[in-house]
Design a protein. Structure first.
Ligand SMILES: Cc1ncc(COP(=O)(O)O)c(C=O)c1O
Length: 444
């Protein structure tokens, strides 16, 4: 064991292969975080910084909330682990009740996973198995959407629409197709919420179904609001139209609400905000306030009932994970939902939207800013790439300038994305956007 004092502060070695990170760059200036509380992280050098990303779109109630911490502690000391294969624990049922009570009518059943990626892969399997059970076994194709992000499992990646994520891994699931992003920069740039026009962009689904026989399509998988692909609000009426087309052709609609769930849109789920109920909904992140890994698929009763009534005797859905409904995750989830309820955080997010929107769009004319998109408590800012430099270099410099000013934002290439905890205060919104304004003024 090396003596800590002998190791240079920034030498973290290379044993840890970080996800979605340039390990070589990270080693030059490792960003290490030591503690978190409320809206803030404490960095290894002692500085407190405002967390404008809710961790990674997940800590919706703010960090280290005592009721959640306490619930996890108690669970760990009471029932550290039990599988849910042919047994389970009361916490799983209590949490499922609370979770489904928040969901749109009909989404009455929850299947638990450990991440959003697993939730999406589970939903894809559920959709295909459902089609088989109703005598539609030819329906195996999946339709995703450009710029969609559905995690890194092979199923989710197959419906994802971000080329650089798909590029390196050989064949994905065969016979997937992708809808275009319903965003036309020529007429929609700098949107404040959902563009009023553009619902007809949903007809791209009808078009795809003239290429792919609808009788071969199992499900459409989309984020109601594109999240990590760049916060693209859907045109008004677009999601309703997608729902209608799916219904007309016997195709299941899956909403991936890993980001939009748990209050980001001012309602429990984006489904309620949009007034559109999917057949399956995938969740993760805010489900436990990020404190314990967990994901879920909410299934509509009409899907669940088919499994219960039409499958052969025995296991109705041959799928699951060792840690599905882990006792610590269920305890964290139950405590999280109670914090959301007690503090009215979903309504709070809705009430904050006008000031969030106004503060973000104050950047509309800033140097090198080519688009600002806001919806709910989300924002993406497109930054003009630096001519002749590596892609993402200006975005990274903007994020670094913000960190210097005490605000942690996320640079995704030359795009800055924001998704703060729903407890953010007005003065913290001002601090965040003035750090960004200063960064755009100063970063060349
Ligand atoms: C919409 C969406 N789906 C799925 C995922 C994957 O979740 P996880 O990273 O927990 O596997 C993410 C992660 O950001 C996401 O934003």
């Amino acid at each position: 064991m090396p003596d800590d004092r002998m190791v240079p502060a920034n030498d973290v070695g290379d044993a840890f292969w970080l996800p979605f990170t340039s390990v070589r760059q990270f080693r030059e200036a490792p960003l290490l975080i030591e503690a978190a509380e409320g809206m803030h992280y404490t960095l290894a050098d002692g500085r407190r910084v405002l967390d404008a990303m809710a961790g990674l779109w997940c800590v919706n109630a703010g960090h280290a909330r005592p009721p959640i911490v306490e619930a996890i502690r108690t669970a760990a000391g009471t029932l550290d682990f039990v599988s849910s294969f042919r047994m389970s624990h009361k916490g799983a049922f209590a949490f499922t009740e609370a979770l489904t009570a928040l969901a749109p009518d009909g989404l009455d059943h929850a299947f638990f996973t450990n991440s959003g990626s697993e939730a999406v892969d589970t939903a894809i399997k559920m959709a295909r198995a459902y089609q088989r059970l109703i005598g539609q076994g030819s329906r195996t194709k999946l339709i995703g959407r450009a710029k969609g992000y559905h995690g890194m499992g092979f199923g989710g990646l197959s419906v994802s629409g971000i080329g650089r994520h798909r590029r390196d891994f050989g064949p994905l699931l065969p016979e997937t197709a992708h809808l275009p992003l319903p965003y036309d920069p020529a007429r929609m740039r700098f949107p404040h919420g959902c563009p009023a026009e553009g619902a007809e962009m949903a007809d791209a689904l009808e078009f795809l179904l003239t290429v792919h026989d609808p009788a071969t399509v199992a499900a459409v998988v989309i984020e109601p609001v594109t999240g990590s692909g760049g916060v693209y609000p859907p045109p008004q009426g677009y999601l309703t139209r997608i729902r209608e087309i799916c219904d007309r052709h016997g195709i299941l609609l899956v909403f991936d609400e890993v980001i939009t769930g748990f209050g980001r849109m001012g309602t429990p789920f984006a489904a309620q905000w949009a007034g559109v109920t999917p057949d399956l909904m995938t969740l993760a992140k805010g489900i436990t306030n990020g404190a314990v890994p967990m994901g879920a698929v909410l299934a509509h009763a009409r899907v669940f009932d088919v499994f219960m009534s039409k499958s052969a005797e025995g296991i109705e859905f041959n799928h699951g994970y060792t840690y599905s409904a882990h006792p610590l995750a269920c305890a964290a989830g139950l405590a999280t939902l109670e914090v959301y309820r007690a503090e009215g955080l979903f309504a709070r997010a809705g009430a904050l939207w006008p000031s969030w929107n106004a503060a973000a769009h104050a950047l509309d004319g800033a140097r090198n800013v080519t688009d600002v998109r806001t919806i709910g408590l989300l924002c993406a800012i497109d930054v003009a790439p630096r001519p002749g430099a590596a892609a993402g270099s200006r975005g990274a410099d903007v994020a670094a300038a913000c960190l210097e000013a005490g605000v942690l934002v996320r640079a995704s290439g030359d795009m800055i994305v924001l998704s703060p905890p729903l407890i953010i205060a007005d003065d913290e919104i001002r601090t965040l956007f003035s750090a960004l304004a200063h960064a755009f003024d100063t970063v060349p």
